[in-house]
Design a protein around this ligand. Structure first.
Ligand SMILES: Nc1ncnc2c1ncn2[C@@H]1O[C@H](COP(=O)(O)OP(=O)(O)OP(=O)(O)O)[C@@H](O)[C@H]1O
Ligand SMILES: O=c1ccn([C@@H]2O[C@H](COP(=O)(O)O)[C@@H](O)[C@H]2O)c(=O)[nH]1
Length: 237
């Protein structure tokens, strides 16, 4: 029995590469689509924001001599590619899915509005919000916090490559230990970097809890939605 009526799911762009070094792995897309469909079938309304790190990030463009704004625009377009790929995978699973874009680009997707997103979700359609916030100098973590607050989601589920928030980056420090729950203030105090601070602040100020979890373990998403203690919950004290 789901404990949430509406969720905002943030999917990692980098995870969509699977074992590859770049681009999209259809096995990962299909696995995510199966899990998302199961959640929708249980009656939960689902909004999704996807990263673009498997294709392009503005900051890595800057290192190669790109203008930051153009680089970020390329990164936002990368999230549109990922969104269309996930929409295709969801439709292949028999789910209803629609891409709304933060930047006008019909006919690829209709322009995002809160009203449109709510109307689609109420009809059982997965709404994939593409193009980040539509503005440079932000990330899709911040876009997911913003859209999560806007669509009045009860939780932001950050599906990523690690299974929660640790005392240090677990990909660099094997002695790091995992939190089951942590407050936004403690994340600031310990300077933990699993999500960017703009995203954390948006969630803290609007009282939107975050669950950081490993999306690559099939079944995790359904378990969280059913209230099982998977990953790390970040919330106000
Ligand atoms: N304290 C920490 N606890 C957990 N993970 C951490 C921590 N500090 C840094 N990380 C790193 O944060 C990463 C996840 O955040 P990040 O936003 O970079 O990835 P993502 O959501 O997978 O990326 P994207 O969507 O941009 O492709 C993990 O891969 C992990 O190595
Ligand atoms: O609101 C936004 C969101 C994203 N960008 C750019 O896109 C890439 C990819 O997003 P990730 O969150 O890193 O996966 C990001 O690096 C930015 O360059 C943006 O400009 N504005």
């Amino acid at each position: 029995m789901p404990v949430y009526k509406r969720i905002l799911l943030k999917l990692s762009g980098e995870s969509l590469m699977g074992a590859q070094k770049y681009g999209l792995d259809t096995a990962v897309l299909n696995s995510y689509a199966t899990q998302i469909k199961a959640v929708v079938d249980s009656g939960v309304q689902v909004g999704i924001v996807i990263g673009g790190g498997n294709i392009f990030r503005g900051l890595s463009g800057v290192k190669k001599g790109f203008d930051r704004v153009k680089g970020d625009q390329m990164g936002m377009l990368a999230t549109v590619i990922n969104s269309l790929a996930l929409q295709t995978a969801l439709e292949g699973e028999g789910a209803k899915a629609k891409v709304l874009t933060s930047i006008r680009m019909e006919p690829i997707g209709e322009l995002y509005s809160k009203a449109k997103a709510l109307e689609l979700m109420a009809g059982g359609c997965v709404v994939i919000i593409a193009g980040g916030t539509g503005n440079p100098y932000f990330t899709t973590d911040t876009a997911s916090a913003l859209r999560g607050v806007e669509i009045e989601a009860e939780v932001l589920l950050k599906g990523t490559r690690v299974d929660g928030v640790y005392t240090a980056d677990p990909e660099k420090d094997p002695t790091a230990t995992k939190f089951s729950t942590i407050t936004f203030d403690e994340v600031y105090d310990r300077k933990l970097k699993v999500m960017d601070l703009t995203a954390f602040t948006m969630c803290k100020e609007n009282d939107l809890p975050i669950v950081v979890f490993d999306m690559d373990t099939p079944g995790n998403l359904c378990k969280i939605v059913d209230g099982e203690p998977i990953g790390t919950v970040v919330k106000n004290a």
